[in-house]
Design a protein around this ligand. Structure first.
Ligand SMILES: [Zn+2]
Length: 469
């Protein structure tokens, strides 16, 4: 292997080879795995590196200050006042995304997705809600239907979700996520991706995830192939209410047991031990791996939960409809600055003010998001109908899957890990086949998965197999 390749994959390859020789107990396989690993060496994709480099904290700051300047963005606030209320924020965001779309060579379209929300727990009378949806169309015919969604909510609240008059700056919750999405759209609109990316800012989050629920339900009814959804909500501060300053960590919440699991699927999951291997959990692992490669200054802290303890976010309506989805959030929240009326009490400042944002930190979280979205949309689809064939009792593991349809497909990688490992620790390239037998490796002792690889070395997230006879 040339030295420059070795250095580009660096320590991770070394660690992987070491882990291969300890984790794979089968004599004779060690050599095969090692030789294969050299051909599947990880190189960085230049386009992704450029995207990461172009994200600019100054744009994020400008967007946040503009959103805060509308006074309140409560979903129930004024819709026809050009300087105050959610309507002003909606129109400004639509104009900004439309400017971004002009740089896309016609590949990005921007839409106001409006709907009349009926009376609900936090909606005292029927109210028009509007999501801003910017769609960057994929360029590969075999992949353009495959869609990745990144979202933030542009509505805000003070202490009461139905107080439409109070000042609700929402500088962190969730101007931070909204600004990150707009900046990603600005940077990425100029680039081509094989699959489609939707950059979205939604309303009604604080009223019960209403904007995201509408979008997810429409997507389900239209059979949109959403392969992954990211919500960025409260990604604004590196300083927690606990006094911890941590500008290098972002939490990624992913559920282990699918929100839409059927009784039959639960029975299978218990039978194979799949409670840590939902599509959302595979997505979180993909994010952790991709961030390590492209935004190495940041640490993705995977949290094995759907969301914060008993709390919710815009990814949940997607999960409930069977789409893989995760939530990005700062490592330590400050509750004096969240869902509070702006005030000083006993010398303490309350309220979600922009001075508590760390714009460089938000830019880094945006870089993690952008790198992962780009990696997903440049890679082949994750393999479908991946199965462990259980026709015989054996110490081998027989895997099969459907062939991918991308013309630039190079093949597949079998991945595996110990059952107690949080991440995939080993992989083996197997070219363009649709079945593979891991000889002498029992499915009782490892978790297996399959991912697709293209000729440029872009890898899909891992698909976890289900059992078939
Ligand atoms: Zn929020």
């Amino acid at each position: 292997m040339p030295t420059r390749l070795l250095s580009s994959i660096g320590i991770s390859l070394f660690v992987l080879i070491c882990s291969l020789s300890t984790a794979n107990p089968v004599n004779g396989q060690r050599k095969q795995a090692r030789s294969v690993r050299t051909t599947s060496a990880r190189t960085s994709n230049n386009q992704i590196s450029r995207i990461v480099g172009e994200v600019d904290a100054r744009n994020i700051e400008k967007t946040i200050r503009k959103l805060v300047s509308f006074g309140t963005r409560n979903t129930l606030s004024e819709q026809d006042n050009p300087i105050r209320g959610i309507g002003a924020a909606r129109d400004w965001l639509f104009a900004e995304f439309s400017k971004v779309a002009e740089q896309s060579g016609g590949r990005m379209t921007v839409e106001k997705q409006s709907f009349l929300q009926a009376k609900a727990a936090r909606v005292p009378e029927p109210t028009m809600l509007t999501n801003i949806v910017a769609t960057l169309k994929g360029t590969q015919p075999e992949s353009e239907a495959r869609t990745y969604v990144v979202s933030g909510h542009y509505d805000s609240m003070c202490a009461s979700p139905t107080d439409a008059k109070c000042d609700a700056p929402g500088g962190n919750d969730d101007a931070s996520g909204t600004a990150a999405v707009l900046e990603m759209a600005r940077v990425m609109a100029k680039y081509k991706f094989e699959a489609t990316i939707i950059f979205m800012t939604v309303a009604g989050e604080e009223q019960g995830l209403l904007g995201s629920t509408y979008f997810a339900e429409q997507a389900k009814q239209k059979h949109t192939d959403i392969e992954a959804m990211f919500t960025n909500d409260i990604i604004g501060s590196s300083l927690g209410g606990n006094g911890v300053h941590d500008p290098v960590t972002v939490r990624v919440f992913s559920e282990g047991v699918p929100s839409n699991e059927t009784v039959e699927e639960a029975t299978t999951r218990r039978g194979v031990g799949g409670e840590n291997d939902s599509t959302s959990r595979q997505l979180a692992r993909f994010i952790k791996e991709t961030a390590q490669r492209y935004v190495s200054r940041m640490r993705v802290m995977m949290v094995y939960r759907r969301d914060r303890y008993l709390r919710g976010g815009d990814h949940i309506p997607f999960l409930e409809r069977g789409f893989a989805a995760v939530r990005f959030t700062e490592p330590n929240e400050n509750y004096q600055h969240q869902h509070q009326n702006v005030r000083v009490e006993k010398g303490v400042q309350y309220g979600d003010l922009p001075e508590y944002d760390d714009f460089n930190y938000i830019a880094n979280v945006a870089r993690v998001n952008a790198a992962c979205l780009a990696a997903l949309a440049l890679a082949p689809a994750r393999p479908k109908n991946v199965a462990v064939v259980t026709a015989r009792l054996t110490n081998d593991t027989d895997l099969k899957w459907d062939a991918n349809k991308e013309p630039d497909l190079a093949g597949y990688e079998i991945v595996w890990r110990d059952t107690t490992s949080p991440v995939w620790s080993n992989s083996r390239f197997v070219a363009k086949v649709t079945s593979y037998t891991a000889k002498g490796m029992s499915k009782d002792n490892y978790f297996f998965g399959v991912r697709a690889v293209d000729l440029q070395g872009n890898r899909s997230p891992v698909s976890f197999p289900h059992p078939v006879r």
